[in-house]
Design a protein around this ligand. Structure first.
Ligand code: DLL
Length: 430
């Protein structure tokens, strides 16, 4: 454990710490960020009205639009002189979301990452390859400095050049990989093709930055012989390091001394209780550069406060079910891409790459899943092919309650991503 005094803290003591930090950060945001002062003044809210943790509900939400409206630096609470790093989201449309860090912010960030790595089972003996992109994306540099703080050896390869990544992994005796789950899978497939899996010393795959399913983790375990864990974060609150899975793989432990999580039902404007599923809100408790109050992540999850078998008392968030904005509504039925992934990854004949194409034909929504087969020979055996397609359709129907068109394609015919994968193409939006 990297910070046992925090990770196993008595929850009553933690709540006291959170309240003290919450009061501080609210006053700090009010005093130093014009938007927060205006928001509070508009509804007559004073920082002194925050007397208990529950009072956090009095504070208006912060949204991505607020960040865009205040682009690039208007949510910073310190003069630019104190900001020593900038990162920005990989958003493909509109202005990116920017985050600024003071020296203390970077130090806290590295601590959060070191904890997440150590939860996954990494130690200062590990050689860790970072295959997240280095640059404005928070993944590369975020993990990099966390690994150094843990005292492990960092191999900053960044993303791309997949065969070379495998060569380095082998030659350097890399023991842990940091990547998106889809890129980790691409690396696994490539290593298998190169016939070097047994020459690798890899034991951990620390994945994050995009959704994955237990089935995907199981596949990584089988193909790459690694123990996969996942971790979570977002640029708006600083990047990765918000939460991570421990070896129990029973939810991601939230670094609650730094982030105050809530689950809300947005339509009803209601804070939900333990175990209830809704949108995750995050309040940064220690950020100096860009404090954020009740940020609407759009990520759907639930929380549990039960102590974990690993000994940590930090709350755990369940795997992200999906984002409120990537939920597909097909003929009135809500479909999350993760539901489709669970079905596909659970079927042995299929490869690990797939795509989802949604369209509207004659006013009717259509959904097609294209998925690779493991063995190309199957595509020429008509009866086997038909049987497999029927089985996939059936399994999807059981989970989604709708009919899905299924197309099986050759191994490696779907383009692989080197960072975050984009699985869904929604042609209705055109
Ligand atoms: O993806 C930060 C990050 C880097 C997290 C490396 C973990 C590891 P953004 O690019 O701003 O930041 O994207 C944030 O990605 O709101 C989620 O929708 C999604 N996301 C991140 N981690 C997970 C995860 C980074 N473990 C957005 N499971 C978030 C599902 C995730 N979705």
């Amino acid at each position: 454990m990297f910070s046992p005094e925090i990770e196993t803290i008595d929850r009553k003591q933690l709540r006291e710490m959170q309240l003290e930090r919450l009061k501080h950060i609210v006053a700090y945001a009010y005093d130093n960020v014009e938007m927060y002062k205006r928001r509070f003044d508009e509804i007559g809210l004073k920082p002194s009205h925050i007397r208990t943790l529950k009072d956090v509900a009095l504070i208006p939400y912060t949204t991505k639009d607020d960040l865009r409206d205040n682009y690039p630096f208007r949510l910073f609470a310190v003069p630019m002189k104190k900001i020593i790093r900038l990162h920005a989201s990989s958003g493909t449309t509109g202005k990116p979301v920017v985050c600024g860090y003071t020296r203390n912010d970077l130090d806290n960030w590295s601590t959060c990452i070191a904890r997440v790595l150590s939860m996954a089972g990494a130690t200062d003996e590990d050689i860790i390859q970072v295959s997240f992109g280095y640059g404005l994306f928070t993944g590369g540099f975020g993990l990099h400095y966390g690994i150094e703080k843990l005292g492990a050896t960092v191999v900053p390869v960044s993303s791309g050049n997949t065969e070379r990544q495998i060569m380095l992994m082998k030659d350097f005796g890399v023991t842990a990989l940091v990547a998106t789950p889809s890129y980790a899978m691409y690396l696994a497939e490539t290593a298998r093709k190169m016939g070097v899996i047994d020459d690798l010393k890899l034991r951990l795959a620390i994945t994050g930055a995009e959704a994955s399913t237990p089935e995907m983790h199981e596949s990584l375990k089988q193909i790459f012989h690694v123990f996969p864990t996942e971790n979570y974060g977002l640029t708006e609150v600083g990047g990765p390091g918000v939460a991570g899975e421990c070896r129990e793989k029973a939810g991601m432990h939230i670094n609650e001394d730094m982030y105050y999580p809530e689950i809300v039902n947005i339509e009803e404007n209601k804070v939900l209780g333990e175990g209830e599923q809704g949108e995750l809100l995050l309040t940064t408790l220690t950020k100096e550069g860009m404090p954020i109050l009740r940020y609407r992540t759009k990520d759907i999850t639930s929380l549990t406060y039960e102590p974990c078998k690993c000994g940590r008392t930090l709350a755990r968030m369940s795997r992200i079910v999906g984002r409120t904005d990537d939920m597909l509504i097909i003929r009135g039925v809500n479909v999350f891409p993760s539901q489709i992934e669970s079905v596909l990854m659970g079927m042995g004949e299929l490869g690990k790459s797939y795509e989802i194409i949604v369209d509207r034909v004659n006013y009717m929504d259509t959904i097609e899943v294209r998925v690779e087969v493991l063995d190309a020979n199957l595509l020429t055996d008509y009866s086997k092919l038909e049987e497999l397609v029927a089985r996939i359709k059936h399994n999807l129907r059981v989970v989604l309650q709708i009919d899905v068109k299924v197309k099986l394609v050759e191994p490696f015919s779907i383009k692989r991503a080197e960072g975050k994968v984009k699985r869904v193409t929604d042609l209705r939006k055109k």
